[in-house]
Structures are given as structure tokens and as C-alpha cells.
Design a binder for this molecule. Structure first.
Ligand SMILES: Cc1ncc(COP(=O)(O)O)c(C=O)c1O
Length: 306
């Protein structure tokens, strides 16, 4: 359950939480064309709050709008400002931000060129997405019977609302079967990503992750972790990965704004490595947390102070 806060930003104004409602004829509610983001703000070791990679998330929001032919009335700067304002208005030192652009009411049917594109930013408190235990000891995963969308079926590089039915179905299937998370293959059978995370494997000290031409979201945490890994002197290769490479990996981990760096200790009832969190995963997880909330100030360009 999301704890109620004070204010939500809707159509360029901060309004009371209870008043942030939309009409039942909101087009995106019926047809799923809408853009959204998930961003974290952390209270850092120095006591200051910083939003992590706000610019990049808002760029991706507008990229999704471009791909989905949505035309928000607000600018990137206004959306960024709104994210800061929502945290301040709710006295939040940490939190998860959800900016979105969606098609409002007006006409119904598939083609509605004159319906307004509405924008909102809401924030809530969110701890470890898969739980603290998951961050510490890793999770059990299952390859989904659902494939990731083919690149010409939907928009792999868009964080578009309706596409998440695919994630919800895969996640439910994994949970109902007693696992923590799903891993989706693409329609050619190669490893794609989790229901809301990018995936990495480690084999003989080298890190591999699916390349950007595959059906994956271009994760901002993915890029962060690749940058940090290279800074640590590690080799990262973007390439196709097969299911058996995944099963035989020394280490597997997920990345995502919500999931942060979550170790995977089991895939399809096969222990990954010795079934414990591996050293490279641990090293990158520690570096990630030092950068987002610790005292590692090596990437000031990633931080927006609130
Ligand atoms: C399907 C999917 N893949 C990957 C990610 C990770 O992306 P990011 O690191 O930008 O949060 C997300 C989360 O936004 C996602 O929903």
C-alpha cells in the first residue's frame, strides 16, 4: 500500500493528494498509450537529498513520448522542476518519483488526435523493491513462459504504460510458481530482461549483458553499472546471451531504479555459481550504493540536489 502524502503535481499545479483524480474516460486507461518513469531520490551520507540521474530519466520520458507520438505541453525543465517540487512539498528526504504523460479524456476509440496530453508527478516512499533480504542474499528466478515483445510488436526503448501488461503477466506467473522474479527471453529465444530490471551475467571475470538492439529497455541503472564496472577495471560486453549461458554463469544480477543492484542466486532451480552472492556483484552493488547514497562523489553530474 502506498502511504498517502500531501501533494501531487498534475497539469502544472501542485494539488492535494485526494484531488489528484482522473476521469474514467481517460484514454490511456483504456488503450495504454502513456509514458512514465521511475526515479529514486536518496538521502546521502552527508545528509543532503539528491535525485539520481533526473536528467536522464526525464530525457527517457520525452523519448518515450516521441516514440509514442505524445506531445506534452510542458518542457523537460518543467518536469524536472516538478520532481523537485513534489519532494519538497511532501517533506521527503528519500522517495520514489513517478513522472508520467498520458492521454486524457475527449474522444474515444483508437485514433484521438485532439485529446489532451496530461502530465503528472507523484512520489511515494519505497524501500528495497524486492526486499532487503533480496539485496543481501539474492533472489530465486524463473524463465517466463511469456516472451518479451518483439521489437516490431511494441516499442522496446519506450517506457510505455500498456507494455507493462507483459511484465505483470510474467511477474505473476513467477510469483505464483514460488519464485521472486521472472526472466523473459525474446522471441528468438535469447535472454532479454526481468519484468522490471535489466540483467547481467558474469563468467570467468567478464560481465555480459544483452545489447541495445535486443528487446530491452535502455536502463539507466544498466548504464550506471556498466560505467562503474569499467571504472573498477572490469570488462563489460554487450551481446546476445542464451538460456544455458545464464544457467552456467558464475554470477547473475539485476539492475533497475527500483531493484537497484539485486543479486540472482538461482535460475530455474539451478544455483548460480555456488548459490551465494558473487564477488563482482557484491563489488558493483557496494559501489552503486556508495554513488547513489554514500560518500562517493565521483559522479556529481548524476545528482540533482533537492
Ligand atoms: C522493463 C524494464 N527493464 C529495465 C528497467 C530498468 O531501467 P532503469 O534502470 O532505468 O530503472 C525497468 C525499470 O524502469 C523496466 O521497467
Amino acid at each position: 500500500m502506498v502511504d498517502k502524502l500531501k501533494k501531487i503535481w498534475l497539469d502544472e499545479a501542485l494539488i492535494d493528494w485526494e484531488d489528484a483524480n482522473v476521469h474514467i474516460l481517460t484514454h490511456s486507461l483504456h488503450y495504454g498509450v502513456g509514458a512514465f518513469e521511475g526515479i529514486r531520490a536518496y538521502k546521502r551520507q552527508d545528509g543532503n537529498t539528491a535525485i539520481f540521474r533526473l536528467n536522464d530519466h526525464i530525457d527517457r520520458l520525452f523519448d518515450t513520448c516521441k516514440l509514442a507520438l505524445l506531445a506534452p505541453k510542458v518542457t523537460r525543465d518543467q518536469m524536472m522542476r516538478a520532481c523537485v517540487d513534489v519532494l519538497r512539498a511532501n517533506d521527503m528526504q528519500e522517495g520514489y518519483l513517478r513522472p508520467m504523460a498520458f492521454i486524457g479524456e475527449g474522444a474515444m476509440g483508437i485514433y484521438v488526435p485532439n485529446n489532451p496530453t496530461r502530465t503528472a508527478v507523484v512520489a511515494w516512499n519505497w524501500g528495497a523493491y524486492l526486499g532487503d533480504e533480496a539485496l543481501q542474499n539474492g533472489i530465486r528466478t524463473k524463465i517466463s513462459s511469456f516472451a518479451r515483445h518483439h521489437i516490431n510488436v511494441s516499442l522496446a526503448k519506450a517506457k510505455m504504460m500498456g507494455q507493462y501488461t507483459n511484465s505483470v503477466l510474467a511477474k505473476r506467473e513467477a510469483k505464483f510458481a514460488g519464485y521472486d522474479e521472472a526472466i523473459l527471453l525474446d522471441t528468438n529465444g535469447y535472454v532479454s530482461e526481468g519484468s522490471g530490471e535489466n540483467i547481467f551475467i558474469v563468467k570467468k571475470g567478464v560481465i555480459y549483458t544483452p545489447d541495445l538492439a535486443s528487446s530491452i529497455l535502455e536502463g539507466i541503472t544498466r548504464e550506471t553499472v556498466m560505467t562503474l564496472a569499467r571504472e573498477e577495471g572490469l570488462t563489460v560486453v554487450e551481446t546476445r546471451i542464451t538460456r544455458d549461458q545464464l544457467w552456467l554463469a558464475d554470477e547473475v544480477f539485476f539492475t533497475g531504479t527500483a531493484a537497484e543492484v539485486t543479486p540472482v542466486r538461482e535460475v530455474d532451480n539451478r544455483a548460480i555459481g555456488d548459490g551465494k552472492v558473487g564477488p563482482i556483484t557484491r563489488q558493483l552493488q557496494a559501489r552503486y550504493f556508495a554513488v547513489v547514497r554514500g560518500n562517493d562523489n565521483s559522479h556529481p553530474e548524476w545528482l540533482t540536489r533537492v
